[in-house]
Design a protein around this ligand. Structure first.
Ligand SMILES: Nc1ncnc2c1ncn2[C@@H]1O[C@H](COP(=O)(O)OP(=O)(O)OP(=O)(O)O)[C@@H](O)[C@H]1O
Length: 126
């Protein structure tokens, strides 16, 4: 936890340290984040293979970021839900289902964008 006596710079440095810790926890413990990172690596390899344009690289990284951010937010909501109510409750189920909708939207959009980038390039191979 931050100390209220910390100045602006020290406060920002501490926040960055906590945020990096959060990223490390997500990458090392969350299977959904690991799966999304694997997809991101495959997309990056495909980007090099098909020599996509700068704009396409930018779009690809935006959608990778979108999916990871949505997945991280979903994980945080699941953790809060499990912490405040570890037992079965209809409302917790609803909260988790809605939270899971976020990465699902992001994944759907990323598939559409990936389709725009790669389908024409893959079609040229045949
Ligand atoms: N405490 C609970 N009460 C009611 N329903 C729950 C509860 N916990 C989970 N569920 C239901 O089970 C589903 C899956 O929950 P869980 O916490 O296992 O998330 P998950 O999506 O499998 O996790 P991950 O994102 O790590 O793959 C929820 O979307 C919800 O419908």
């Amino acid at each position: 936890m931050k100390d209220p006596k910390d100045g602006f710079i020290i406060g920002r440095i501490k926040s960055l340290k906590f945020a990096l810790k959060g990223m490390w926890i997500l990458v090392t413990t969350e299977d959904s984040i690991k799966a999304q990172l694997f997809c991101a690596i495959i997309a990056t390899i495909m980007g090099f293979y098909f020599e996509i344009s700068t704009t396409e690289w930018a779009l690809q990284f935006i959608i990778i970021g979108l999916v990871l951010v949505a997945e991280a937010a979903n994980t945080a909501i699941e953790e809060v839900a499990d912490f405040i109510h570890p037992d079965y409750h209809k409302k917790i189920g609803l909260i988790k289902d809605i939270a899971a909708g976020a990465p699902s939207f992001a994944a759907l959009i990323s598939l559409i964008v990936a389709g725009f980038i790669y389908v024409p390039k893959i079609a040229l191979l045949f």
